[in-house]
Design a protein. Sequence first.
Length: 119
Amino acid sequence: MQFQVDIWLRGNNHATTETLAPVPREPRAWTDADVMSVLEEMLRALERARFPDTAPDRPVALRGFSWIVSPFDSGGVVIALELTLGAVVAGPFDVAEGALSATITRVLDAERRTAPMVH
């Protein structure tokens, strides 16, 4: 499945749009692994916007950002991620807001439990 992301870098007055296709399934059928892939690709797209030479498969940690699932005006929902670097918004997706929020929460909680602690 392809979807667009809009990317805003801090300090820029314009946004860029990129098309991603990290998962084959439609949003209503997304698994936790699919949601993880979507989030990782959103973060990679944001980094590529700032650092174009970044490796396309660079490892990503699912922490250090704010997120929200929000209704979209013409239907569906969008996922918005915000970091110090900027923000990236994906969608709209045809899936219930509560279901997608719960899946993202579950994925991020699992990532926190398995990620090594750094002090």
